[in-house]
Design a protein around this ligand. Structure first.
Ligand code: AMO
Length: 442
């Protein structure tokens, strides 16, 4: 007998003996024949066992019939049998006629979740929820997407960094900050690698990236916020403006989306009914003030004049961009200094605006990027203006006191990209294990 074959590889084999392993999806225990649908990480296959009858026509309780009758959904089994190609079999045109069934691990028969269980209930039983082929595909897409980004970075001589997630100060703002006991003092969980990716510019690294966790003590229950998320960050030196950062950003998105489309496009269409579109470059760019006007003309007024774009405004501007340019992405640029962090560089000649952008994808923000202020005197002034204590930021300000090139970068939420790519209603669906204000388990 040959060793274990992955289910996806069965159809390429000739008829003959095989061994497959996986978990039981369904059992149809009929009088004359038993059917089991077996799943593994690569697919599903039908197993069949015609029952033996005695001379009197009565079914005999032999093996593997008895074991099959006792199989519960979710049990992990290894089977051997004869592979047979048969066009009449709906599931892939093949089936395995069983010889032996070996139950490795019994599942409790009453499964705690069903297809129609609430999202919260499914999250309680995430390991079972993840056995769904749709969920499995999400994480294969995530792997492909990250790999494509990483390939781009490596081919373009970026250095990968891993910055600490335990910090002595806030990394984005005092709001949404997790404080933890740290021996006889306090530490804070990193909200972003912001300061340390900028440090790499002062360290002369030139171009860097990091994919790692970020923490926000955000008490809200929206579909796009979690208290812990994977942040994709990149930072580059010697830029002229945020335009250079946007160029990098869109090249990375093209690399990521091309790889996903090529490898998983058909499956995404089949399981999610979504067409993965590789974006064309350049992505449309619209200054925020102009975007608000466009949205207003469409009949929606973003509340408060000096505020950020709100979720409805993002949806509206995305709808406009899709109609006008046929594009799913849009860079909103030149945010007001009043709503941007102190480290964003401001316009030459108009301190009210920053060299910054948000990237909107299918109507939701997935990223923030900017050129950073690298002139120490201006930086200190901007920090003070935002009510920050320069002493507390001294470790960061030191990066600028010993020489630093012009630089900029972006941070992007991985789960947001996946959620919007697959038209999912919540990042909970695309996060391996979601963390929120009331969820720390499993
Ligand atoms: P910002 O705070 O806009 O910018 O965050 C960047 C991106 O991270 C994702 N994100 C989140 N995802 C899930 N849950 C959250 N609570 C959450 N908060 C943020 C979003 C967001 O667009 N340092 C800057 C980036 C930079 O300028 O380089 C920053 O953190 O997709």
């Amino acid at each position: 007998m040959t060793g274990r074959v992955l289910i996806k590889d069965l159809s390429a084999l000739d008829d003959g003996p095989v061994s497959v392993s996986g978990w039981v999806d369904t059992v149809r225990d009929q009088k004359k024949v038993q059917f089991v649908v077996l799943r593994d990480e690569s697919g599903a296959v039908q197993l069949v066992n015609p029952r033996t009858t005695g001379d009197d026509g009565v079914v005999i309780a032999d093996e593997p019939a008895t074991t099959i009758s006792g199989l519960s959904q979710g049990s992990f089994i290894t089977v051997t049998g004869d592979l047979k190609h048969d066009e009449r079999v709906k599931l892939g045109g093949i089936e395995v006629k069983l010889a032996t069934v070996d139950v490795l691990s019994h599942a409790i028969p009453e499964t705690p979740i069903a297809a129609d269980s609430s999202l919260d209930k499914r999250m309680d039983w995430r390991f079972l929820d993840l056995r769904n082929p749709k969920q499995n595909l999400i994480f294969r897409i995530q792997t492909t997407f990250e790999h494509a980004l990483r390939t781009y970075w490596i081919e373009h001589d970026f250095i990968e960094i891993h910055t600490p997630k335990l910090m002595a100060s806030a990394s984005e703002s005092r709001a949404e900050l997790f404080e933890v006991e740290y021996f006889d003092t306090k530490a804070y969980l990193a909200q972003s690698p912001q300061f340390f990716k900028q440090m790499a510019q002062s360290a002369g690294f030139g171009k860097i990236f990091e994919v790692g966790p970020a923490f926000r003590a955000d008490p809200s229950f929206t579909s796009r916020h979690s208290t812990e998320f994977t942040s994709i960050d990149s930072e580059i030196s010697w830029i002229d403006s945020h335009e250079d950062v946007m160029k990098l950003h869109e090249e990375l998105m093209v690399a990521g989306f091309s790889a996903v489309k090529e490898k998983h496009g058909d499956e995404v269409k089949a399981l999610f009914d979504v067409e993965v579109t590789v974006p064309t470059t350049p992505f449309p760019r619209i200054p925020l003030a102009e975007a608000k006007e466009i949205v207003k003309e469409r009949g929606y007024e973003v509340p408060r004049d000096d505020d950020d774009m709100d979720p409805e405004g993002e949806r509206q501007i995305a709808a406009y961009v899709l109609e006008k340019y046929g594009h799913e992405f849009v860079f909103l640029t030149d945010y007001a200094s009043s709503i941007r962090p102190f480290y964003h560089m401001r316009h030459d000649g108009d301190a009210g605006l920053t060299n910054s952008y948000d990237l909107i994808y299918n109507g939701t923000e997935i990223s923030t990027g900017a050129q950073r202020e690298h002139r120490i005197d201006v930086l200190v002034e901007q920090a003070k203006e935002k009510g920050l204590e320069p002493e507390e930021l001294d470790f960061y300000l030191d990066f600028f006191r010993y020489g630093v090139p012009s630089h900029g970068g972006f941070g992007m939420g991985l789960a947001r990209v996946l959620m919007l790519m697959l038209h999912q209603a919540s990042i909970r669906e695309v996060t391996y294990l979601f963390r929120g204000p009331t969820r720390l388990l499993p």
